[in-house]
Structure formats: structure tokens, C-alpha cells
Design a protein around this ligand. Structure first.
Ligand SMILES: [Zn+2]
Length: 403
């Protein structure tokens, strides 16, 4: 969809704020002048400020040290159709750039999930992990561009062993698998999440004892039309390429079921299902999956907006699965596009406030308009024992590191 098409869509979603419709009270209608009735206001200009007078707790440092298991300090430099190609890396920050903020916010370890492959991986390890082995851990990724070559399954398993020997602490699989990777890499039919070609790769991680951090699918609303009924309309409208509605994409449910078949087939491999298993809107389903698969863990990255709008469900979820929930943010240094994941002091303060306090109705991202949907969140006020597990104990166990 072009820019004009998108603008039209936005216009059609403009809210009509008619005072007469909002409040039918007599006093209001007396105060209202006739010419103000039915005044149009574009959704993009609407920035309502909460009139609630409720406690606002500032949490500049987490109560316990933090392992952020989901950050992106580097990325494979070249892409074809959303698929990372080759060994060359780009870096969003240096170790020295991010260490002061880590110290301020009590972040003991940052896991850089997108560490790349081959020489790129070696370089990422050299830049972060080698000089600061107690502060940064690097994960490797699959060699996507080799997936259609003969012998890929064994090649990829061997590469996991090599990456582990080079210092990688885990494997990261982006939503590339299931949504971008195709038989001819960027063209042809989509490759399925549970494709047998990856079996040896999952197994290799299991036998080495390194976890797989897996991003499968995306929010449910990304699979629906970008229209006035879509609760993430503005976000999808700003990022039309995030929509997986229509075309040849599988449904959200199909993607998650394919992931579940991988979890079932490789019970000795520990999986971190990122973004609360990418179904934070449906914690009952995530819970069912956790019950079925003892090798499934979840991480919070960019999902406190979902968790925090259902604080009672979330609190129960944290109580029940407290040994398998990991702290993560999906933080990326720099940028303005996605305030819910830009590496800043405010970002971490919001996560800490959400987990530690019982504050009510606050922003889940440092932005004038809530970027993932127009709602606010409620703190969980987790007890110390659970906080400690979520902040670092669960991650330390899985990553086999000591704080
Ligand atoms: Zn991420």
C-alpha cells in the first residue's frame, strides 16, 4: 500500500469527538456551544492525558541485578526479502556506549541475540564478549542462505558446534523462519517452522546445553486487516510491512502450532519463546503450552503492554510459571521508530515499575502516544522471590553463568 493509501486509511479512522455523544449530562450540553458539536479530530492528533490522581513510583534501579536476555547490539548487514544473508555485520553501539546505562540500571549482563554467523559471529564476540565476558553474551544464528543447499542439516549442526566453540552462548531464530525464509531464500514457498532440515540444529543445541531463543509469529492483530477494528491500527499503519494479513502467510495459530511441534520433537533442547511466546494476548494458551512443554521458557521483550493491561491474569501467570520467565526488553540502541524497545533509562524504569510496583494506569513505553495500542498498564507488584527469579536467576541457570 502506498503512502496515499495509508493516509486515506488513517483519515477514515479519524475519531469524531462529539461532546454531546460522550456525555449526555444536562450540565455539559448547556456549556457546549453549538458550533463545537461533532468537531472532527484526527486520530494522529489525539493525545489524551490521564486525569487519574494515583501513586507514581519511580524505580531508577531494579531491586535485584538484571540479565536482559533479549537485546540487539548488532545485526547481519545484508538482507534479501527480510532474510539475513552473509557474514558481514553492522553494529548499533559499542560495549563502551552501553555500559554506563547498564551500570545505572543495574543490568549485570546483556545478551546480544543477533550475533550473526561465521566471521561475523567471531567479530561480534571479539567486540563485546571477549573484553567484557561478565557483561555481554553473544548468540549465533542459522545460515539462512544455505538452507536450500544439499547437506544443509548437517552443515548447520556442525556450525552450531563451531559457534559454541567460538564462544556463542545460544542460538537465536528470528521470525525469519515461518514468515520470510522461502525455498529459494527470498522467493518461492515459505519454509515451515518445523521443517525437518532444522532438526539436527535443534538437537545440536540440546546436546551442547545452549538455549534456543525463538521468535515465532507476531501479535495476533498483525494477522488481521489493518482497518478500524484493528486494535493496533496506528502501529500497523506506521509499519505496513509488519502486517502478515493475507498473501501467502500462515495464520498465527498455524505458526504457533508448528513451533509446538518443534518443542515436542526436541525435549532435551531448552527453548526461550520470545515475546511471551508471541501470544501475550492469550496467556491461557501460553500457559497450556508451558504445561505441555517443560522445555519451554518465555521472555517479556516488548510485551509489557500486553501483560500490563491484564494484570490479574499476568500475576497468576507469573506465580505459576515463575521458574520459566526471563527478563528481556528487545532493546536496540538508538532510533525513534519503536519507543517500546529503544535502549534508554526510561525503558528500563518502566519495566521495573511494571514488575515491582502496584502503580496503576501508566505508559508502557516512553512515547506521547502508546505505540502498540491505545491503552495503559498496571504494575504487578511481584514478591521478592519471583522478582529475583525473573530478573536473573532463571536466565543464569539457562545460560549457565554466575552473577
Ligand atoms: Zn528481538
Amino acid at each position: 500500500m502506498g503512502a496515499i493509501g495509508r493516509r486515506r486509511l488513517l483519515e477514515s479512522a479519524s475519531v469524531l469527538l462529539a461532546a454531546s455523544r460522550i456525555s449526555a449530562g444536562k450540565v455539559i450540553s448547556q456549556a457546549m456551544r453549538a458550533e463545537d458539536a461533532g468537531k472532527a479530530l484526527s486520530l494522529r492528533d489525539y493525545e489524551p492525558r490521564s486525569m487519574l490522581h494515583v501513586p507514581e513510583t519511580k524505580v531508577p534501579r531494579s531491586r535485584y541485578p538484571v540479565i536482559d536476555v533479549h537485546t540487539h547490539l548488532s545485526l547481519v548487514a545484508k538482507h534479501a526479502g527480510g532474510v539475513g544473508i552473509g557474514e558481514e555485520m553492522e553494529y548499533f553501539a559499542t560495549a563502551e556506549d552501553v555500559l554506563p546505562l547498564m551500570d545505572r540500571k543495574n543490568i549485570r549482563i546483556m545478551v546480544n541475540l543477533t550475533g550473526g554467523v561465521g566471521k561475523g559471529l567471531d567479530e561480534a564476540i571479539r567486540k563485546f564478549q571477549t573484553p567484557y565476558p561478565s557483561r555481554f553474551l553473544i548468540f549465533t544464528e542459522p545460515w539462512w542462505e544455505h538452507t536450500n543447499q544439499p547437506g544443509y542439516a548437517q552443515f548447520q549442526a556442525d556450525e552450531i558446534v563451531r559457534a559454541h566453540r567460538a564462544g556463542a552462548h545460544g542460538l537465536k531464530v528470528l521470525k525469519t523462519l515461518g514468515l520470510y525464509l522461502r525455498e529459494k531464500i527470498s522467493t518461492g514457498p515459505l519454509v515451515k517452522v518445523d521443517d525437518r532440515r532444522f532438526d539436527l540444529m535443534w538437537e545440536a543445541c540440546g546436546s551442547l546445553g545452549i538455549p534456543v531463543a525463538m521468535h515465532v509469529s507476531d501479535p495476533e492483530a498483525f494477522f488481521l486487516p489493518t482497518d478500524r477494528f484493528n486494535e493496533r491500527f496506528e502501529e500497523l499503519n506506521n509499519h505496513p510491512d509488519w502486517s502478515f494479513y493475507d498473501r501467502d502467510f500462515p495464520s498465527n495459530a498455524d505458526l504457533l502450532e508448528a513451533r509446538n511441534r518443534v518443542l515436542a520433537r526436541h525435549p532435551k533442547t531448552q527453548f526461550i519463546a520470545l515475546h511471551v511466546g508471541n501470544n501475550a494476548e492469550n496467556l491461557a494458551y501460553v500457559g497450556e503450552c508451558m504445561d505441555r512443554f517443560p522445555n519451554m521458557h518465555v521472555e517479556l521483550g516488548a510485551r509489557i503492554g500486553e501483560l500490563g493491561r491484564q494484570p490479574r491474569m499476568s500475576r497468576k501467570f507469573f506465580e505459576k510459571y515463575q521458574d520459566r520467565i526471563l527478563f528481556g526488553t528487545d532493546a536496540v540502541p538508538h532510533g525513534t521508530d519503536t519507543p517500546q524497545q529503544i535502549f534508554t533509562d526510561q525503558l528500563y524504569e518502566i519495566y521495573y515499575r511494571f514488575l515491582e510496583t502496584e502503580d496503576e494506569y501508566f505508559d508502557y513505553a516512553p512515547a506521547p502516544v502508546p505505540p502498540q495500542g491505545r491503552w495503559r498498564i498496571y504494575g504487578l507488584g511481584l514478591p521478592d522471590g519471583i522478582l529475583k527469579k525473573v530478573y536473573f536467576e532463571n536466565a543464569a541457570r539457562l545460560l549457565q553463568v554466575k552473577l
